[in-house]
Design a binder for this molecule. Structure first.
Ligand code: FSX
Ligand code: SF4
Ligand code: F3S
Length: 357
């Protein structure tokens, strides 16, 4: 049988120079949370591993996750698609369609049973709402997940149910974790997730042959260990009690904290504030929009997006500026903001919604 080429050999065939290959490994090492001195681990893995077969399934979603993925800039998406993985099945990026592409899926099951990584975008509706190739979404997912080496839930729809599962959830949409298989599963939420987080997770699986370390919800710790609020570029204003009151006020021009106009950064775990989007250019808060908590469970129903919440989802406590550090940050990091915010603002800030509640 013909020996399969390694990732390094494939990259060389695709015209990548040794220098660029090493650069890619350095970027990948950083993306998966290794320090610079461990780059050689990644180099070794890429020199000895073959490309990982990937099957990408899509259920109920907006395709934003695919859109995000193909915009990975570190590593460049060309390197991911042509050198690191072999994308065996994808509805969005395939030239093939219909019977041809269904046959491709059958082939994967025969050829790569237990070896491919299954990436899933979108949530799964109840029977009768979504059939692909004559099979229900649920049956397709269970069959493909049961035969994969690992499953990656890309996006909040796949991880939590997301927008399709938002009230009143007309299709009975569920996250993939509602359909148990024994295959290790990792959740990469976000609507959509950051491109470099998506490629970083795949790079980790290639380098170490296993999933990265996960938190109690099944998310990779390297990318979901901080709240947006912890690393936010507007954090100093929050601590100083300087808030945007409306989107056209002086505070907005000065770049003040967006908490009062609905920011969910204090309860949202994601890497946006550290890694930023579009190759590190910006992220919602930097661009002037409050975080809407798109990587959190049930974010669509946790609104309204542009109104300060008296009750922040996930917290049992009514928030006011005097205790905002305590209530929003949680007891472990309590006190971070209390001193500053407390001295500046005395007025209780239960908003209209909170009072109504
Ligand atoms: Fe959902 Fe991804 Fe939001 Fe869209 O597919 S996470 S609606 S960005 O595309 O699944
Ligand atoms: Fe940043 Fe939002 Fe926290 Fe303000 S509330 S510091 S804008 S994350
Ligand atoms: Fe989503 Fe908030 Fe990041 S809205 S993109 S988690 S800043």
């Amino acid at each position: 049988m013909k020996k399969q080429k390694t990732i390094y050999e494939t990259a060389m065939d695709n015209g990548v120079t040794r220098r660029d290959f090493l650069k890619m490994c350095t970027v990948l090492a950083a993306a998966i949370g290794l320090d610079f001195s461990k780059t050689d681990k990644v180099v070794k893995a890429m020199e000895t591993s073959t490309r990982v077969p990937v099957v990408w399934l899509q259920f109920q979603d907006c395709t934003g996750c695919s859109e995000s993925f193909i915009r990975s800039s570190q590593p460049k998406i060309e390197s991911v698609l042509f050198d690191m993985i072999s994308l065996e099945y994808t509805e969005v990026l395939s030239a093939a369609s219909g019977f041809q592409i269904e046959a491709a899926m059958e082939q994967v099951l025969k050829k790569y049973k237990g070896k491919y990584v299954l990436a899933v975008e979108g949530s799964i509706p109840q029977e009768g709402f979504l059939n692909i190739g004559g099979k229900s979404g649920k049956d397709t997912f269970i069959e493909m997940a049961s035969n994969a080496q690992a499953v990656i839930a890309y996006g909040s729809c796949s991880a939590w149910g997301g927008i399709p599962a938002a009230y009143p959830n007309p299709t009975g949409a569920k996250p993939i974790t509602s359909f148990q298989t024994s295959t290790p599963t990792i959740l990469v939420p976000g609507c959509p997730p950051i491109a470099e987080v998506m490629t970083g997770v795949i790079a980790h699986i290639i380098t170490f042959g296993k999933l990265p370390e996960l938190d109690y919800l099944g998310r990779p710790k390297a990318f979901y260990r901080h709240r947006i609020h912890d690393k936010c570029n507007r954090r100093a204003y929050f601590d100083a009690g300087l808030f945007v009151e409306s989107f056209d006020d002086e505070g907005a021009k000065q770049g003040y904290c967006l908490y009062k106009v609905g920011c969910k950064g204090p309860t949202t775990y994601n890497s946006c504030a550290e890694m930023r989007w579009n190759g590190g250019v910006s992220y919602p808060i930097q661009s002037g929009n409050p975080c809407i908590g798109c990587s959190e469970k049930g974010f669509w129903d946790n609104g309204p997006f542009y109104t300060r919440r008296a009750k922040i989802p996930g917290s049992q406590t009514t928030i006011n500026p005097d205790t905002i550090g305590l209530a929003a940050v949680g007891v472990t990091t309590a006190g971070i903001a209390v001193h500053a915010a407390g001295t500046v603002i005395k007025k209780k800030i239960d908003d209209k919604r909170g009072e109504d509640e």
